[in-house]
Write a protein that binds this ligand. Structure first.
Ligand code: GLY
Ligand code: MN
Ligand code: MN
Length: 461
């Protein structure tokens, strides 16, 4: 974990933002997979990590916004635990690592909350997503566990979002480490991208590298020669010549900071002219979006610019037609790029998604669009120094979507349906990088991962 001062400072900042009451930060617990002692991979809750940093199951942090005190609650390990797990630190020792002096057992947590409720104090908490956390909250607050998400505190959510959105120097260093692990994962995948190789072999190699170098992957690896399926977790194909492999994979560092990188590689390592035609369009959207990212612009504007680059490129190939600005305003480009340009990234790969995407990426002035494609943009607000984003334009040929729009003659003033068939073998192309917004502009995070046609081809050799 970081030095204790990092967590103390974050809690002090949160203290300044809340007017009163107490806040509960429920850490994650181990969750059974197929029998109680065989649990899913343990991943600590990101908000608990942010304010308390302790990476073990079964802890709860409490902050009092009237007295300024904070606590770590959890049960000390007993001899039975130590026989199986080896010597363990006490809750007191753990709490001191994040600068917290007050500790107690889970029974004391229950008493603390009971006392607060008896005094009619406000108990703030964040929206839970793990069943165990919902049950614990329900039992502490004497509420229906199924209601805990709707009863979460908007004041606490907004305060946490405002802090976690601006990354500290130590966080940026961690994210760069995560990108550097992704560099190794993606270069290994490019080198393996050859006819006859199984997707599963490449998937396993990438996952193994993430585990060797850090805490594993930051989300389940997306890897397929059917890249037209945006989140394709099926790795059952054998690579064939003429196809392109989309690999969307990131690492998590030991402190749980994420990277999220996508590269698209032609099987055999040499782009055909057809593949080059579409790849260059996506690469232009990726590079020009990164080049213009910075304060003074919003991610919504950057997204729309990228959609215009995709549409203009498709128009040059004769796949789209008409006025590019109008096509994008009406959403015709979403046939080929139906997702948002990018999202915040930090302790979560989709940072703070558990707190509610609209709290993170929208506000009272900027409301989410309902237009197909644009509705999936996770963050639309202006960029601020300290924001960390992904930039991930793509171009896809999704047979089911194309068939439906074609049958409806949807946007037939902007789309030449007759020209699409030629390009169906492309499947999908996405190119994703991770960027920090700085005072003056932006910084591409981590070691640059090959993405120009020349660099991808020479990496594949
Ligand atoms: N890794 C999923 C995404 O790019 O958002
Ligand atoms: Mn990704
Ligand atoms: Mn992403």
């Amino acid at each position: 974990m970081f030095k204790s001062e990092v967590y103390t400072k974050r809690r002090e900042e949160l203290q300044k933002k809340l007017k009163g009451g107490i806040a509960l930060f429920i850490g994650n617990t181990e969750s059974p997979m197929n029998y109680p002692a065989n649990t899913y991979h343990f991943r600590q809750d990101s908000d608990f990590l942010y304010f308390f940093g302790l990476d073990i199951p079964g802890l709860t942090g409490v902050m009092d916004f009237d007295s300024g005190k904070d606590w770590v609650f959890g049960n000390d390990f007993d001899l039975d635990d130590i026989i199986w797990m080896g010597p363990q630190p006490s809750i007191k020792d753990l709490a001191s690592k994040c600068g917290v002096k007050n500790t107690g057992s889970l029974l004391m947590l229950d008493e603390t909350i009971r006392e607060a409720l008896a005094k009619k104090r406000k108990v703030h908490f964040l929206p839970p997503y793990q069943g165990e956390a919902k049950i614990l909250l329900g039992s502490l607050l004497k509420e229906n566990p199924c209601q805990m998400k709707t009863l979460a505190s908007p004041d606490l959510i907004k305060a946490v979002v405002s802090l976690r959105s601006i990354k500290e120097k130590v966080e940026i260093e961690e994210i760069e480490k995560a990108v550097d692990i992704a560099f190794e994962m993606h270069v290994a995948a490019m080198k393996m991208c050859k006819k006859g190789v199984r997707e599963q072999d490449i998937f396993g190699t990438m996952e193994g590298l993430a585990l060797m170098k850090g805490a594993g992957t930051s989300f389940p690896i997306i890897l397929s020669i059917n890249g037209q399926t945006l989140h394709n977790h099926n790795h059952g194909n054998i690579l064939e010549k003429g196809k392109m492999m989309v690999a969307d994979a990131g690492a998590e560092t030991r402190l749980h900071y994420a990277s999220d990188i996508t590269r698209t590689t032609p099987v055999g390592g040499k782009f055909s002219q057809l593949q080059k035609d579409i790849y260059e369009i996506v690469l232009k959207a990726n590079s020009e979006s990164i080049a213009s990212a910075g304060p003074g612009l919003s991610n919504l504007e950057l997204h729309l610019r990228a959609c215009k680059i995709i549409s203009a490129g498709m128009k040059e190939l004769g796949i789209m037609k008409g006025d590019v600005d109008e096509a994008v305003a009406e959403g015709a480009h979403a046939l080929f790029m139906p997702h948002g340009l990018g999202h915040m990234m930090g302790l979560d790969v989709h940072d703070m998604e558990a707190l509610g995407e609209n709290y993170v990426g929208y506000n009272d002035e900027v409301k989410r669009s309902s237009q197909f494609g644009l509705a999936f943009l996770r963050f639309a607000l202006p960029f601020k120094p300290g924001h960390v984003f992904t930039v991930e334009p793509g171009c896809y040929f999704i047979p089911e979507l194309i068939a439906q729009w074609k049958a409806e003659k949807r946007f037939s003033g902007f789309i030449n349906y007759g020209k699409i068939d030629n390009y169906m073998s492309i499947g999908g192309i996405r190119i994703e990088d991770n960027v920090l917004i700085t005072e003056k502009g932006h910084k591409l995070l981590g070691k640059p991962i090959p993405k120009t046609i020349k660099d991808v081809e020479s990496t594949c050799l």
